[in-house]
Design a protein around this ligand. Structure first.
Ligand SMILES: Cc1cc2nc3c(=O)[nH]c(=O)nc-3n(C[C@H](O)[C@H](O)[C@H](O)COP(=O)(O)OP(=O)(O)OC[C@H]3O[C@@H](n4cnc5c(N)ncnc54)[C@H](O)[C@@H]3O)c2cc1C
Length: 477
């Protein structure tokens, strides 16, 4: 582990508060609590789950807290150095990749259980079956209480499937670090882009728990929501907070699936995926607006919905699949040969064209939002690249989104929207969403494919993380 430049814990914590937590830069990844669970815990706040001190810090906490500070994605991410550490060269929109596919699980049950074709669950099950890992660390909705998701160690196919589907609620999954026993690995883990960045930085710092995670997988991640969205949805159906939720599924049924909430009084409430998206402007988390990574670039395998009319018409579950290492690429081939996966190679352009709006939301939008935050005098996360030129019209589009999100998060706006029936807000929002996509498409897509990025090098930050060549050599080994 890195051992130089240890700062007094109180000073480090003050930096967390001033530069990350108060300005709204916390990515809710969970790393800080995961490495110092004796002193830190997450607490629910109007800005989502935030780390807070539970006990006074003392000198013995200095190393753990310094590591958390060095690897905190709320300060930004030195992507170039992380990619270099992983031995990769990144495509500016997609990150490093070996191939791009569209496909789904070869197993009907897994395909149906998954969010968009069950690729991630299939590969995790295969890693367990071939004894490449001892457990898959996955996020399971309802693991402890029906309303909350929590990371679990899945050791069987059934346990992996119990955690299938996407969880669209901010969850600091890296708190699980405290439960990882490196000697009992190796592990595979599923993480969001900010968590992948935190985990990679922790690996570069030589942390044995992070290094025990041999396979880092993850979904593409556009938007995520603060807690309260599901309760808001239920209120719109006339269900009060006093009625307990007995089961919550974000992507139930046939792809693209629907939100399904079962309540303890025996009722079931459903909303098609594109209808319950109306909750996003009201509950969207800040972290997903200020990270430029949509496709989970720092994972070994990332998977997103294959949004294209051909696949949407077929239904059944289709995903865009991006293996990022030669090893994962050969595992996928092995699975295709054993009919565990169905994969068809598609061009990078085709893969990217399925998510033009979300790529733009991250690759240009995040930088515009951060530019405004900086102009307001607040600290911002630092990244080592930025789009060279963002036109005025693109900023105007962003201004409209800013107005929508700023209004949406006001308590009165949430109050109103959560009292309106889904039969009205679902179709209305979907219509508005499609019109907005059409209207903003020329501006958003214009230049995205050719957008040039300026590169800076965050050498100092990287030295904080991986302070010596030998630490890095050790981590790579
Ligand atoms: C917050 C979020 C936003 C997303 N946004 C988009 C988008 O804009 N566009 C798009 O194309 N795809 C998006 N996805 C990805 C998509 O929903 C599917 O997760 C992905 O296509 C994988 O499908 P699958 O069937 O292979 O996964 P499955 O086989 O269903 O497996 C999913 C795995 O991911 C884990 N997981 C689920 N939620 C989380 C989470 N929040 N954090 C960590 N692990 C988790 C599960 O435990 C499970 O192991 C998003 C996913 C999430 C979680």
């Amino acid at each position: 582990m890195s051992k130089v430049n240890i700062t007094a814990p109180a000073e480090t914590w003050a930096q967390f508060e001033q530069q990350v937590i108060k300005p709204g830069n916390c990515m809710h990844c969970g790393l800080c609590v995961g490495v110092l669970p004796e002193k830190l815990a997450f607490a629910e706040t109007p800005q989502g789950l935030l780390p807070q001190l539970t006990k006074q810090l003392d000198d013995a906490d200095a190393e753990a807290l310094n590591t958390a500070w060095a690897c905190c994605p709320g300060r930004g991410v030195p992507y170039h150095h992380v990619n270099e550490f992983l031995g990769r060269t990144a495509h500016p929109l997609l990150g490093a990749f070996e191939e791009t596919y569209v496909g789904h699980s070869g197993n009907k049950t897994v395909r149906e259980r998954g969010a968009s074709g069950g690729i991630l669950s299939s590969v995790l099950i295969h890693l367990l079956e071939t004894k490449r890992v001892t457990a898959a660390i996955v996020l399971q909705q309802g693991a402890h209480t029906p309303e909350q998701a929590a990371p679990v160690f899945a050791r069987t196919a059934d346990e992996v499937l119990a955690a299938a589907q996407s969880v669209y609620a901010v969850t600091p999954t890296l708190t699980v670090l405290e439960q990882i026993d490196p000697a009992a690995g190796p592990y595979a883990m599923v993480v969001l882009p900010e968590q992948a960045a935190a985990l990679r930085m922790l690996q570069a710092a030589g942390d044995p728990r992070a290094l025990a995670i041999k396979y880092v997988f993850g979904p593409y991640a556009g938007t995520n929501m603060y807690h309260g969205s599901v309760r808001g949805f239920l209120r719109g159906q006339g269900v009060g907070n006093d009625v307990a939720i007995s089961k919550l599924q974000w992507r139930a049924g046939e792809w693209p699936g629907y939100l399904q909430v079962d309540t303890a009084d025996g009722r079931t409430f459903k909303a098609e995926k594109f209808y319950y998206n109306y909750l996003i402007p009201f509950f969207i988390s800040r972290n997903c607006q200020i990270i430029p990574d949509f496709t989970n670039e720092l994972t070994d395998l990332s998977v997103g919905d294959a949004w294209a009319p051909t696949y949407e018409k077929q239904r059944g579950g289709h995903a865009v699949v991006v293996p990022r290492t030669a090893e994962v690429q050969s595992i996928l081939q092995e699975m295709v040969e054993q009919e565990k996966l169905v994969l068809n190679a598609v061009s990078v352009e085709k893969a990217l064209s399925m998510h033009g709006h979300m790529l733009d939301f991250k690759k240009r939008g995040a930088f515009i939002r951060l530019g405004w935050q900086k102009a307001a005098g607040k600290p911002v996360p630092q990244y080592d690249y930025a789009p060279a030129d963002v036109g005025l019209m693109r900023k105007v589009v962003e201004g409209v989104l800013w107005l929508i999100f700023t209004t949406g998060r006001q308590p009165w706006a949430r109050w109103i929207i959560t009292r309106l029936p889904l039969s009205i807000v679902g179709p209305t929002f979907n219509g508005l969403r499609l019109s907005w996509k059409k209207l903003s498409k020329p501006t958003k897509r214009k230049g995205l494919a050719e957008v040039a990025f300026t590169q800076t090098f965050m050498d100092e930050r990287w030295q904080e993380i991986a302070q010596t060549e030998s630490t890095q050599e050790q981590a790579r080994a």
